[in-house]
Design a protein around this ligand. Structure first.
Ligand SMILES: [Zn+2]
Ligand SMILES: [Zn+2]
Length: 340
């Protein structure tokens, strides 16, 4: 079978490898769609080293074989398998930091989601990490379960108050999922800042009331002008850009909150920390997601509360993976989906 492997910085190569064999409790899934995520691009570039060097975690497919002792799943089932699952039993899990559980990143899709077939290890299967897709859900829609779940976790951690005005910095796929989620959390108005005119147009279409380009305006000034000199209640970083982080901190009102969703560059520095305290601005980060959020994400997609298919701009077959990486890095793309 064909699968994509990381081969040092800047290189992801398609290789022909044996189909994984199954141990007790494992399942084998035939990949039907796998979203290419910003974090995959960062791993390929060597910029995101905190997680294992395995790429492809937004995968959905059909079960093709089940190992010994697997119950409740059979060949042909359409599924979304979690890439990582926590133990739900340690101090981290019990205090709400499930994605920091020492077991969370210890198990993953093998060899990864960008593969014709992949093994889902028994740990993930036995910890409820394989969700059955509703019959009405397309594989493209299913590929958004994981990224949407990450956005849901970020907003849960932030606690969005009814009537909030929110700035979303970054109008890529994560930014646009946040734009669509925010009204469900009671946000009254969503402003998007994004350097790509192509992506700004998407943001306007998918629910942002105001869009602005940081290359054309001073974002904090513009935000203050739009909010009567007050600033937004919440700013969400859906980009790794340090400049956008700085602008977001400046754009929130005194007492406001900044949510970190995108992964900053390694070693990124935030200047002006004194202003966080004097203005009582909180930074609240969020990392990945658990089954609690993926189940809600799946339900929201199924109900049509979030429109994901309009965000798919490209389908690229696995064999042309490097072309997909090029497309995703260009400004004129939104979600790139890898197909078998
Ligand atoms: Zn992702
Ligand atoms: Zn745990």
């Amino acid at each position: 079978m064909k699968a994509v492997f990381l081969e040092g910085v800047g290189k992801a190569a398609v290789k022909e490898v044996p189909t994984p064999s199954l141990g007790v409790g494992d399942i084998l899934v035939e990949m039907k769609a796998c979203g290419l995520c910003g974090s995959d691009l960062e791993k390929i570039q060597g910029e995101y080293t905190a997680a294992p060097p395995i790429i492809g975690h937004e995968a959905v497919g059909a079960v093709s074989a089940v190992g010994e002792d697997v119950e409740g799943l059979e060949a042909g089932d359409r599924v979304f398998p979690h890439h990582h699952v926590p133990c739900y039993d340690c101090d981290y899990c019990r205090s709400g930091s499930e994605t920091m559980c020492p077991d969370y990143r210890g198990h993953h899709l093998d060899p990864g989601g960008f593969s014709e077939f992949f093994r889902v290890p028994s740990w993930i299967v036995s910890h409820g990490g394989v969700l059955s897709l509703p019959t009405s859900m397309t594989f493209d829609e299913g590929a958004f379960i994981e990224p949407l779940a990450c956005c849901i976790r970020a907003l849960d951690r932030l606690q969005v108050d009814e009537g909030s005005e929110v700035l979303v910095a970054g109008g890529g796929p994560m930014g646009l999922l946040l734009v669509q989620l925010l009204p469900h959390y009671g946000a009254r108005r969503v402003i998007v800042s994004e350097v790509s005119p192509y992506r700004l147009e998407f943001a306007g279409r998918l629910g942002a009331e105001v869009v602005m380009n940081p290359l054309e305006v001073e974002v904090p000034n513009e935000v203050y002008r739009l909010t009567g000199g007050r600033g937004v209640d919440i700013a969400l970083l859906a980009t790794g850009s340090s400049r956008a982080l700085h602008q977001s901190v400046q754009s929130v009102r005194a007492g406001g909150r900044v949510g970190l969703v995108g992964i900053p560059e390694v070693g990124a520095v935030l200047e002006g920390i004194d202003a966080l305290v004097t203005r009582e601005v909180s930074l609240i980060s969020s990392n990945a997601a658990t089954e609690r959020e993926t189940r809600r994400a799946m339900q929201m997609i199924e109900e049509g509360s979030v429109q994901v298919e309009p965000m798919v701009t490209h389908h690229v077959p696995l064999s042309e993976f490097s072309r997909a990486v090029g497309v995703a890095r260009e400004a004129e793309s939104m979600k790139v989906i890898i197909t078998p």
